[in-house]
Design a protein around this ligand. Structure first.
Ligand code: FAD
Length: 388
C-alpha cells in the first residue's frame, strides 16, 4: 500500500456509493477505516478519464462501529501518453537491459513538458534516450521515466544554408536531407547511427570533425522546471566527447546547423565521399548489436601517465596489443573481431555480460600501459558504477 501512496494522489473525492468495480484485492484494514483496492485494469475500464491510473483506493472510515459513505482516490495518475513497464531491449543497439518503469515518446514541446511534470509530480528520475546507439541499460532497467523525444521535423532556411532539426531526427536521414539540397558539411558523419539529440550530447566525431562545429543554436528544455531556452553554440561548451547536456539537466529539443551551400558538382562529390565513408566503416566496424567504440580515447593530459609504451591516444591501439580483439568472450558478449574497442552481443546476452567483458578490457589495458580506459558508452540504471 505504501508504494502506491508514495506515487502521489490525485486528490480524495467523495462518492455516493462504492463504484461498481470488482474489488480484486483487499489490502489493509485498520480499526478506524478500511481500504479497498481496485486494480488499474478495472479502474481504467470503468472510469471515463483521459489518463490511466495505477489503481483506485476506496476508503471507508469507521465511526462508532459503522462504516461511512465511501470515498475514493486515484492512485498515481498516468497520462495516456506515458506507457508503463516498457522493455528497453528493443530500444538500444546492444539489445540488452531490463524495463523502464515509465516511458514517453513526446513529439511536441508541450508533450515533453507534460512528461517532465509527470516525473516531477511523482518524484521520478528522468533518463533521456535517443536511438540507444551509445547506451548500456542495466539488466534491472530504469526505475524512473525514460523520455525519448520523437520530434522529427526539419526546417530548412530557404535563403541561407541552415537547417533546424528535431532531436528525434536520425543523423543519417538529416545528412541525406541536407545533401539533397546541396547543403554540405554533415556528410563527414556518414554511417554514424543515432538521433540529433544523442549526437549533440556526445558531440559526435569522426577524425578531425566534431558535430558541435556546425551547430549555431538550439532549443533545450530544463528537466526539472520544463522551461525551454533558445541557446547558442557557446552554451554547449563543446569539446571532444563533451557538451553541457552531459550534466543531465537539459533535454535537447532541436538544433540548428549552419552548412555550406555548394554547387551541383560539389554536392555530387560530397555524396561520393558519403558512400566512401560508409563503405570504409562497413569494412572496418561491426554495424549491429554494438555501441560503436565502448571506451573513449585517452585525453592529452592522461597520455603523460602512460608507462612503457608509445604515448598513443587511441585506446584501440592498447586493446589490440592486449590481444582482446576477436578473442575475449564472456557469456553473450565479446570483443569484435573487426575492432578491438567494440563490444558486440548475441541473442540472449545480458548487460552483465557486456560489463564483464569491458572490465576485463580495462584490466588488460591497465596492465599494459598503466591507464584505465573510461567508457564513451553511457551506463544507465546501475545502482553502483559497475566499471573500474
Ligand atoms: C555502429 C556504431 C558506430 C558508431 N560510430 C561512432 C563514431 O564514429 N563517432 C561517434 O562520435 N560516435 C559513434 N557511435 C556512437 C553513437 O552513434 C553516437 O553516440 C550517437 O550520437 C548516439 O545517438 P543516440 O540517439 O543513439 O543516443 P543514445 O545512445 O540514445 O543516448 C546517448 C546519450 O545521449 C543522451 N541523449 C539522447 N538524446 C538526448 C536529448 N534529446 N537531449 C539530451 N540528451 C540526450 C542520452 O541521455 C545518453 O546519455 C557509434 C555507434 C554505433 C552503434
Amino acid at each position: 500500500m505504501s508504494r502506491c501512496l508514495a506515487g502521489g494522489w490525485s486528490g480524495f473525492e467523495a462518492c455516493e456509493s462504492v463504484p461498481p468495480f470488482p474489488l480484486v484485492e483487499k489490502r489493509e484494514k485498520k480499526k478506524s477505516a478500511r481500504f479497498l483496492w481496485v486494480h488499474h485494469h478495472h479502474a481504467t475500464e470503468m472510469m471515463d478519464v483521459p489518463w490511466r491510473c495505477s489503481g483506485i483506493l476506496i476508503i471507508q472510515r469507521q465511526r462508532k462501529g459503522v462504516f461511512d459513505k465511501p470515498g475514493f482516490c486515484f492512485v498515481q495518475r498516468v497520462p495516456m501518453s506515458i506507457q508503463e513497464s516498457v522493455c528497453l531491449k528493443s530500444k538500444n543497439w546492444f539489445q540488452t537491459g531490463g524495463t523502464a518503469r515509465y516511458y514517453a515518446a513526446p513529439a511536441t514541446e508541450a508533450a515533453v513538458v507534460d512528461a517532465i511534470q509527470f516525473a516531477s509530480t511523482n518524484g521520478l528520475k528522468i533518463v533521456v534516450l535517443g536511438e540507444g546507439a551509445n547506451v548500456l541499460f542495466s539488466d534491472e532497467g530504469v526505475d524512473g521515466l525514460v523520455i525519448s523525444p520523437k520530434n522529427t521535423q526539419i526546417v530548412c532556411d530557404a535563403e541561407g544554408a541552415s537547417i533546424t532539426a528535431g532531436a528525434g531526427v536520425s543523423m543519417p536521414y538529416l545528412i541525406n536531407f541536407a545533401l539533397a539540397r546541396n547543403l554540405l558539411g554533415l556528410e563527414e558523419f556518414s554511417g554514424i547511427p543515432g538521433t540529433v539529440g544523442g549526437s549533440v550530447y556526445i558531440n559526435i566525431h569522426y577524425f578531425e570533425f566534431m558535430l558541435g562545429q556546425f551547430l549555431t543554436a538550439a532549443t533545450v528544455i530544463n528537466l526539472k522546471s520544463g522551461t525551454a531556452l533558445r541557446v547558442d553554440r557557446g552554451w554547449f561548451g563543446f569539446a571532444y566527447n563533451q557538451s553541457t547536456l552531459q550534466g543531465h539537466e537539459w533535454l535537447l529539443f532541436d538544433a540548428t546547423f549552419a552548412l555550406r551551400r555548394g554547387t551541383d558538382m560539389e554536392a555530387a562529390y560530397a555524396r561520393g565521399r558519403q558512400h566512401e565513408i560508409e563503405r570504409h566503416r562497413h569494412r572496418r566496424y561491426p554495424t549491429a548489436r554494438t555501441c560503436g567504440s565502448f571506451f573513449r580515447n585517452f585525453l592529452p593530459d592522461e597520455l603523460n601517465a602512460i608507462v612503457g609504451q608509445k604515448k598513443v591516444p587511441f585506446v584501440a591501439y592498447y586493446l589490440e596489443k592486449a590481444g582482446v580483439k576477436g578473442e575475449l568472450r564472456l557469456g553473450g558478449a565479446s570483443v569484435s573481431h573487426l575492432h578491438a574497442n567494440m563490444i558486440v552481443t548475441e541473442e540472449g546476452a545480458t548487460s552483465a555480460d557486456v560489463v564483464a567483458v569491458s572490465r576485463v578490457m580495462q584490466i588488460r589495458v591497465r596492465e599494459l600501459c598503466g591507464l584505465t580506459p573510461q567508457p564513451e558508452c553511457r551506463l544507465i540504471g546501475f545502482d553502483a558504477y559497475p566499471l573500474l
